[in-house]
Design a protein around this ligand. Sequence first.
Ligand code: AHR
Length: 497
Amino acid sequence: GSAFAQVAVTIDTAKPGPVIDKNVYGQFAEHLGTGIYEGMWVGPGSKIPNTKGWRNDVVGALKELRVPLVRWPGGCFADEYHWKDGIGPRSKRPVKVNTNWGNVTEDNAVGTHEFFDLAELLGSQVYINGNLGTGSVQEMSEWIEYMTSPSKSTLAEMRRKNGRDKPWKVDFFAVGNEMWGCGGNMNVEHYTNLYKNATTFLRAPKEYKPQFIASGSHTDDVKWSDVLTREVKNDMAGVSFHYYTIPTGKWEVKGAATGFPESQWFSTMQNTLKMDKFIRDNKVAMDKNDPEKKVGLFVDEWGTWYDVEPGTNAGFLYQQNSLRDAVVAALNFNIFHEHADRVRMTNIAQMVNVLQAMILTDKTRMVLTPTYHAYKMYVPFQDATSLPVSLENNTTYSAGSQSVPQVSASAARAKDGKVYLALVNTDPNKATEVTVNVGGAAAGKFAGQVLTSAKMDAHNTFEAPNAVKPAAYAAQAAGGKLTIQLPAKSVVVGSVE
Ligand code: AHR
């Protein structure tokens, strides 16, 4: 007999759902702390091996994640960024102060051309966030002309002089960021008119033209997606939405990235699972205004936000990343898959050295975080077709009078034709067992990986870079039943047949 109550997972292959857009696995890179400078960009003259200034080690590791797109240059930084500061000979570019993030100098070494080099090295699409804060419609429209015009206009010729003949395809372009906050502290009615005004004039030839994104709201506020989808009828591929997971739920003291008590493991699980309700609430408003689902809900900032590592610059948002972060990432992926009809893009904050990062660097060294491993394990879900999953006898993980579901599950048919199953155990103390049925019968075998560790805050350091990493995991049916052992605090992903 089994020591555990078994949770039954049933995958319905007869009723495929929407495709999980690969852009759900998007990244975000802001001019913030060492997210770009040091972490990725070292410059072509650096002793650190690089290609066109971008670190080979970091780019190589990111390529394994098949990064579908990168959002740049912010964040709050975007609404004070003037693109003309970032073109031409690097030695002549103006030096500015990064007023949002630590008041450090910004020498504009990374600008438009460098960013497109990065996207090309990664093989990813680009998502450029425009400046509607200190910028103007004219400035945004000139930026788009500079990037996309095949003509002989002065701006197009300037692009050629700076080394790029062919226009670039700009995949996505956002009109401002967090306009309710750092983007200008405005209300949605005012912003809606500014958005319509801007998109009227952001012209580009069809083949290079970006899809436009409106800056939406955050956390439990649904008003922005409601008003925007009601009022804007054209040129809006998505409305953005931001939600950060903070262990304490309080911005003043957020909780530490490591060395936290179990109560903060629990509250982190509980807080991150709120993503599901926030998305649902936004969908209610959007379904009413846009029943054809033309507009996506783009969760273009999400992830854990902790107190910065002791002794680091408070404006750099540098934090360690533990097994808890990998579990958070996987729970959110499963939520995003469930809402694949609307959630057609997300961008975790942020790619390197900032908040819930994939990679941490220290001079010449780099380390892959548990979050990196979660992204890699989920690669088969990019552009896969979601499959309905039902969970029976799910147990709970409780703290006092509160509880969260112990098991989270998601399934999809990947482009390789196989059915993939992702399972998460939120309980840091108790293992569990899951039986799997696929297409009306017991599954025969499972092959994939498990990510777990003995400690809740297990993490990788430059001295011990492989403390947390996935291990192979396979299971065979026995007695007409396929059982997957799910260790405490774990993520398991693999193919099932
Ligand atoms: O990701 C860090 C910051 O969080 C972004 O710059 C901003 O948009 C959000 O408030």
